[in-house]
Design a protein around this ligand. Structure first.
Ligand SMILES: *Cc1c(COP(=O)(O)O)cnc(C)c1O
Length: 461
């Protein structure tokens, strides 16, 4: 037993009681603004902080009030972040950022909407048909489409349908494609979790058509290709492209499934090693699975596209209901499919535009009296695709370089009396300095970042 310090029970007794605090005028006023439940919850959070010794008993009232004013008027505890890391699909910052149109679509769909209803005849309609049509229009003619919760769900659902439920639970896959996708989750374990069995063929660096041929047996449900998104094997390597694998699968009457990962729908010359859905389907894959919030640039989601009859089987599997996407996701995805995404724009921004943007930021900072004497330089900076995509492709661009000590106040962001609410600005530490890479900073965010920098300078002066 840890020794209790003699003052502890005493300190606990000094923690103000909930009803005492609730009766105090400042808390009565707070309850009028934020509601009695929110006030009670804030008091309880402050009391437990005091019980845990994180704050003094005397600080409970002030802590609860500060907590309330921090939350007041904010519908979510999520904080807006300006992504100045130069990493376009930053996993910790929510992967793809949505276009203004996609955000508007989400807001609209947040209310009642005709997601599953035909307003013309007043009857039930195919859920998300506008989104599925928009997707089909970006793929080869006659492609079947289904959207689920994410890329992992898409692949698990395909395995559950085409292998396990078909009574042929084996999936033939190359040893070089047994990928860990992030946060410790692995494709093989995902597939096994729905009852599939993996038949691994070839070796880590080389797999040949004859390896697939030998791996196929009476219990094979399908042949799987997985794009090793987040790493590259180089040197003595060989893998079998879809176009070479498709005839074998056709001959054996097996679906060829390709998990392309990133959700690129057509080829992108900037990313020559990223497979795309259109080419993969025309090369002969029966089914392609992918994420919606990587290179597709949409909301979190997963695609199952390909042969219409096969997609329909997948859609009818009971698990499809458990992986169904929300109406707001469908709305944002449709908007993301129908107009240019911020992801595409950030990836393809040309270096001169980025330099000009960085210079504008540096000039705004330089002219702020709060930043007098601050070393601000415009420097070259390599961004990255991120999200486990195209790890070998650098994205040459520009950044504003400031002292590293500004990283913390910029990151935490806050309300200040002078500036009002400022977003958090997350940059990249580099050789003792903070780089604010402007690739993913929009033009309208430049003045905000300048104000955040000025506030950070004032805080430190
Ligand atoms: C990212 C990725 C996944 C997982 O997709 P989520 O949308 O994150 O679930 C699966 N396979 C590959 C090849 C990937 O790159």
């Amino acid at each position: 037993m840890p020794q209790r310090t003699p003052t502890e029970p005493d300190a606990r007794r000094r923690i103000p009681r909930t009803d005492t605090l609730l009766a105090a005028p400042e808390f009565v006023a707070a309850a009028e603004q934020s509601g009695a439940d929110a006030v009670k919850a804030a008091i309880q959070r402050a009391q437990s902080a005091a019980r845990a010794g994180r704050i003094a008993p005397e600080a409970v009232a002030a802590a609860a009030l500060a907590d309330l004013s921090d939350r007041h008027g904010r519908p979510t505890s999520l904080r807006r972040v300006v992504n100045a890391t130069g990493v376009v699909l930053h996993t910790n910052l929510g992967r793809a950022t949505l276009s203004p149109g996609a955000r508007e679509a989400m807001t609209l769909a947040g209310g009642y909407c005709d997601v599953e209803f035909d307003l013309a005849d007043g009857r039930r309609a195919r859920r998300g048909r506008g989104t599925l049509d928009a997707l089909a229009e970006r793929l080869p003619e006659g492609t079947g489409t289904l959207v689920v919760n994410n890329g992992a769900a898409a692949l698990a659902l395909v395995a559950a349908t085409l292998a396990v439920a078909a009574g042929r639970p084996e999936i033939v896959v190359s040893r070089g494609e047994l990928v860990e996708i992030g946060d410790g989750f692995r494709i093989p374990e995902l597939l096994e979790s729905v009852g599939a069995r993996l038949v691994e063929v070839g070796t880590t660096n080389r797999t040949h058509l004859r390896d697939y041929d030998a791996g196929i047996g009476p219990a094979t449900g399908f042949v799987l290709k997985v794009h090793p998104s987040n790493f590259r094997v180089s040197g003595f390597t060989s893998s079998v492209p879809i176009a070479a694998l498709a005839p074998l699968c056709r001959e054996r009457d097996l679906p060829l499934v390709s998990d392309i990962g990133s959700g690129l729908l057509t080829p992108d010359p900037l990313l020559p090693h990223e497979p795309d859905a259109t080419t993969t389907l025309t090369d002969g894959a029966a089914i392609v699975t992918a994420s919606c919030d990587k290179l597709l640039g949409g909301p979190q989601g997963g695609l199952v596209v390909g042969e219409p009859a096969t997609v329909e089987r997948v859609r009818r599997h009971p698990l499809a209901r458990a992986m169904r996407v929300d109406k707001t996701t469908l709305a944002a995805l449709e908007a993301s499919l129908r107009s240019p995404t911020p992801t595409h724009q950030a990836l393809h921004a040309d270096a001169d535009t980025l330099r000009e943007r960085a210079e504008r930021l540096a000039a705004a900072v330089g002219s702020d009296p709060a930043c007098v004497g601050l070393t601000v330089e415009v420097v070259r900076s390599d961004g990255a695709v991120g999200g486990g995509c195209a790890p070998e492709v650098p994205l040459p661009g520009w950044a504003v370089r400031v002292p590293q000590r500004l990283a913390e106040p910029l990151r935490t962001g806050r309300d200040t009396a002078v500036d009002g609410e400022l977003p958090s600005v997350v940059g990249r530490l580099d050789d003792g300095a903070l780089l604010l890479d402007v690739r993913c900073v929009t033009d309208s965010e430049i003045p905000l970042v300048a104000r955040a920098l000025a506030a950070a300078c004032r805080e430190q002066s």
